[in-house]
Design a protein around this ligand. Sequence first.
Ligand code: ZN
Length: 123
Amino acid sequence: MSSTPAEDFQEKVKSLLVRNSNVLDILTKCQISGSKICRSTVRSATGCGCIQINGEKNQNPLENPGSGISGTLCQECLGVIQNEIGENLFYIASLCNALGLSMAQIMQHEIKNVETLGKYSLR
Ligand SMILES: [Zn+2]
């Protein structure tokens, strides 16, 4: 039976997590790595300038669901953000391992949720 990328990743993470294996460490690492994603995305606009971020209220998000981003990430910012998202996924996988949860099952469940609710999930 073949495994999914999420299953492969979760299994690999299980074999690598040593220093921060306590769930308290994992939870704080999830939060820190999530904050680093936010920071590097903002720095792409305010530091590098390769993207611009429009913070104005979207008056009609159901009809016009824009990201507020214009421009394209440069290779340096792209690499930084990808690494930080990867680090966050590492700790999310670690949390799933600590709690006995399957990332693949969670993703499949979430796909079903978004397919059922569509735009009206209001996320
Ligand atoms: Zn950049």
